[in-house]
Design a binder for this molecule. Structure first.
Ligand SMILES: [Zn+2]
Length: 455
């Protein structure tokens, strides 16, 4: 379905401004300019406490906020790990505040795999290329550019906004959103809702453009499997080899087929997909319906069940020595509320002699696809891309909304981007050659400006 770009209505010429290859550099929209600048700060977060840090990018962002007359506060959870928060006064102070947030860190990029320098902020073929172009310096820039539109000439948003740029999202937010929520919760006083990344982008469904609005997130459990055995000489008979036992456990877990279980969100999504495609959801299975979403199907299929992927192996220190322990990293994403059940099932799968050490754990979230914010998002998108349906979805990954939820703030993924059908946007999260069309950034800025002005 996603391979038929000709069935998608062309963007209006106004929306394509700045997107043609020859003129892009000269007419760069503010959004692309900020996103490019942010990509040039290498804020790589390697995980497990190793990071290049976010301070330079945080100071850049703070400077943009100051230029708009705001008073940003900078918070260092650790040296170099800087988050920025600023409050924008709304017209109607009786309304609860809305948190609009992004993260400043990115995952590592190996330049050898990329066709451009991942930290150069290259503009090519009407797209901005670089680590963070998709996740999520694009939205960071859309937030700043739309703020300029809303308050730059003395205007105000409808309600108070809490603008936050977090450090450390890519390592679970311990040194960013979780730090701020725990140590400085007053920053979010009066806020009840939040919008941020991994939603709001368009997909192609049955030849028609549709938008995915993220209304939930799976839970995250990062565990280490540890097999212990006896150390010994590599030349001997050795039945109790930790590496062999760990390898068996990892293979079993990696090949385990987790059953489909629909939540309110995924049930509603599949129902909507079936309606749009005009098929009977009782006759077309959940996986098949998910596959109809084309490029987004990787995300959506993973939202229908738990996943538990092996992501790392560590064992041994010498070719002729059997080590006494072997370890594997497993990235578990369970459906919301099933965390303990899934951990017990994993223990069954790997066997009682494998120790499971929880390294990091965070909750799942699910919010109903209704209410004033949803109505505002749907009507705003309708104004900017008439006739394109908005569908709820459960994110198979996680965002800083998890941390905000501990303060009772309902978070949504809404970083609006109207994308061409040929672009496999979901694959570029943490992927190679991350890039975003310049005209999609312009669209996002415009939609966000409209939403913040009116909601
Ligand atoms: Zn992200």
């Amino acid at each position: 379905m996603a391979s038929s770009p000709n069935t998608i209505p062309a963007a209006s010429s106004a929306d394509s401004a700045g997107a043609s290859p020859g003129t892009a550099a000269a007419k760069l929209d503010l959004t692309a300019e900020i996103a490019r600048d942010l990509i040039r700060f290498d804020t790589t977060n390697y995980g497990e406490g190793r990071s290049n840090g976010e301070t330079d990018a945080a100071e850049y962002v703070a400077q943009k906020l100051r230029a708009l007359g705001l008073v940003p506060e900078l918070f260092d959870s650790e040296p170099g790990r800087t988050s920025v928060v600023a409050r924008v006064q709304g017209r109607d102070t009786s309304r609860p505040a809305l948190v609009v947030h992004g993260h400043l860190d990115v995952v590592p990029a190996d330049p050898a795999n990329w066709s451009v320098d991942p930290f150069a902020g290259v503009i090519k073929d009407g797209l901005l290329w670089g680590r963070g172009a998709v996740d999520m310096k694009n939205m960071d820039a859309m937030i700043l550019a739309s703020l300029q539109d809303v308050i730059g000439s003395g205007g105000a948003p409808e309600r108070d906004l809490v603008i936050a740029f977090f450090a450390d999202e890519e390592a679970g937010g311990v040194l960013g959103s979780h730090f701020l929520v725990n140590e400085h919760p007053h920053l979010f006083d009066g806020a009840t809702e939040a919008i941020s990344e991994v939603g709001g982008y368009s997909i192609t469904l049955g030849g028609q453009r549709a938008y995915l609005l993220q209304t939930g997130e799976k839970a995250l459990i990062w565990v280490k499997l540890v097999a212990r055995g006896e150390a010994g000489h590599g030349s001997r008979m050795h039945p109790n080899n930790a590496i062999t036992r760990l390898a068996e456990a990892v293979a079993k877990l990696g090949r385990h087929e987790w059953p489909i279980r629909l939540t309110d969100t995924t049930e509603q999504l599949l129902g909507e997909i079936a309606r749009i495609l005009d098929v009977d959801p009782q006759r077309v299975g959940p996986d098949e319906l998910a596959l109809a979403t084309g490029t987004a199907s990787g995300f959506i299929q993973a939202s229908l069940r738990t996943t538990a992927n092996p992501t790392g192996l560590t064992a041994g220190y010498k070719h002729n020595v059997i080590p006494d322990a072997a370890e594997a990293l497993i990235d578990i994403r369970s459906l919301p509320g099933e965390e303990d059940l899934v951990l017990a099932q994993i223990q069954d799968i790997v066997g009682a002699d494998i120790e499971i050490v929880t390294m990091h754990r965070d909750i799942g979230l699910e919010t109903e696809f209704s209410g004033p914010l949803i109505d505002a998002v749907v009507s705003t998108l309708e104004r900017h891309d008439p006739g394109a349906p908005v569908l709820p979805y459960l994110l198979s990954a996680g965002t800083d909304n998890k941390a905000l939820s501990t303060l009772g703030i309902k978070g949504y993924g809404f970083a609006p981007l109207r994308l061409p059908a040929y672009l496999d946007f979901p694959a570029m999260f943490h992927g190679v050659d991350e890039r975003v069309p310049l005209d999609a950034l312009v669209f996002g800025r415009r939609v966000l400006t409209d939403l913040l002005s009116s909601y």
